[in-house]
Design a binder for this molecule. Sequence first.
Ligand SMILES: [Cu+2]
Length: 543
Amino acid sequence: MSFRRFFVAFLMLAAILVLPQSASALLPHSTTKRLDDGTERITYRIGPLTVTPGQNRIAFKPLTGVEKPSVDGWITRIKPNMVNEDGSIPLSSKVMFHHGVWLNFSRQDATSGGQERFFATGEEKTITRFPDGYGYQYKASDVWLLNHMIHNLTPEAMTLYATYTIDFIPADSPAADGIKPVTPIWMDVDNGSVYPVFDIWKGSGGKDGKFTYPDDADNPYPNGVAKNTWTVDRDGVLLATAGHVHTGGLYTDLYLQRPGARYAGPKCVQPKAARPPNRRNIRRYGAKLKKYKSCKASMPSVKGSKVHLFRSQAHYFEPAGPVSWDMAMVGTRDDWRPEVKKGDVLSMNSTYETKLASWPESMGIMVVYMAEGEHGTNPYRKKVDYKGQLIHGHYAENNDHGGKLPVVGPDPTRLPDGANPDGNPFTISGFSFNGGDFRLPGAAGRPPVVDEGKSLTFQLNQDDINDEIWHSLTSCKTPCNKSTGIAYPIPDGKFTFDSGQLGVGGAPTVERTSWKTPADLPRGTYTFFCRIHPLMRGAFRVK
Ligand SMILES: [Cu+2]
């Protein structure tokens, strides 16, 4: 279905869904705080959004007149979040803002040609902020739509609001004088896809335990057209960017290629040792060495005609390492200002760790904000890829890491063989794998047995298909029975397997409702969990 048809369908749906509600239960659509410099800091609450049990679906919500500014102006900062009906922030272990993409239907996207994607966030809740004097130009007549994916990790229904807080300068305010517009340049390793994801497998990539997409992937772009590049269509400067990765993601990198360009800075001459080593020569040598070091430090990293512009590092607060959403990205500083020319090619990639776990359905995105026709640093002459700044600190809603006692069930490797009361194929229902779900009591919770070389089949029940409750069977390290949290369990089984999201509902489902365990597993007991509902755990035994 095209985006436009989606949009029309959702407009109609939205009209139907506007039912009378008790006014007291609703949060105000916006609250405004006036900052010293005349900027208005406005928080908009989008919703209420009904979140169904276990949902993990992509949805589109047109932003009504009260969910966005009522007058023309400039947006200089955007901070997203998600809140409960009482305004509190839900725990990330219960529900996640998997992604939010703000679309402006009144403007054309620079890199896709579709509707303009002007702001995006994931569960890391990245804040976008432009350097002083720049803003995203807003017209009250702009038609906006939020593409959101709210991931309910629990079997309970919820009512939530997606929120975004903007720093807004009304067009008629004196502070608006001289503000220059930014253009969002959406860079994505799989640009143009509705659900731009790729899988990263434990143990893949280099000896360093890292996998870079698309560089390390076999045939990432089967039709030969790279989706991670954009040919710059106007002269200008780049002003700000930050990466988006999923758990396991380490960083994203942004590059520029200019046909025929080479390093254009000064030659850094390494001084010769002081000879004879008298006081004067040593002093001279020291001064030359200092000059050489500072010359080297400001040298851009140019390979052929390609220069590195920025690395957006993922900073994990998570004590278990790069395995949960308890993280923040590093974004550019205000003095990052690489100048680009029409005909240059921007490209990006995304690097994940592969020592700890597999990372199915990963992403690599960098929204770059650009100003037209202005001058900045020639990235071939002077280094611009210095370390950026951490976008935000640790968020309290991530304080539920899991991986502790009490366990959710006994260690399945120590249990006797299961009697397979439900038989094979097993029906996944009621947030239980049934066959081998080690949260089931007694004999029912014992691992079902399969002969070496054969498979067990798991089938999604019809109610879950109808209700869009999608599940995965993903291998996790045995015993995989500790408490559920944002960092436990993870896809870290010794033998990697992942069913994908079983269901029929377009992305993110795999459009299949059953899955067979791999037939090539050696003898042993295997544990697995549901990536969507990590409270779901199961085991089977190969004999
Ligand atoms: Cu599930």
